[in-house]
Write a new protein. Structure first.
Length: 143
């Protein structure tokens, strides 16, 4: 069954997505970063080329030929993915295909409306019996 981790109290959702992708990649896991739209995907793509500061995270879009081999993949429109290991969602709703993945990482900002929607997603997963963990990043220094 899918395991769900919530990262709340986030200042910058895209930087947090990069940080979590880097961490997963260092642990040998493959990541799908799913964004709500093309402009968010493009902003994330640019940031991944500069993160971390001393390197970059190799990545591509899910519809590119290299996606099958890449550890980090970005998508905003499809439901056909090159792997089912880690899904990092930058959406405000639960994605209909989340259960295909071994692990789902939900990122919730400090914005009042985003936090409210995050609580709704948390309740959705909890009420269905998914194993969950919560990390309040407002109490930690982000990298």
């Amino acid at each position: 069954m899918t395991k769900v981790d919530f990262y709340t109290g986030v200042d910058d959702k895209l930087r947090t997505a990069c940080h979590l992708s880097h961490k997963a990649m260092q642990n040998g896991l493959r990541v799908l970063l799913h964004t709500p739209d093309a402009s968010t995907a493009e902003a994330l793509d640019k940031l991944l080329w500069q993160y971390p500061v001393t390197a970059f995270i190799p990545h591509c879009y899910s519809d590119e030929p290299a996606a099958a081999e890449m550890q980090v993949v970005i998508d905003h429109h499809g439901e056909t993915f090159p792997h089912n290991e880690v899904l990092i969602s930058l959406h405000t709703v639960c994605l209909p295909f989340f259960s295909r993945f071994e692990r789902v990482l939900e990122i919730v900002s400090q914005n009042t409306e985003d936090a409210r929607l995050g609580r709704e997603r948390f309740s959705f997963y909890r009420d269905r019996g998914y194993e969950m963990r919560h990390f309040d990043l407002s109490k930690q220094l982000e990298h």
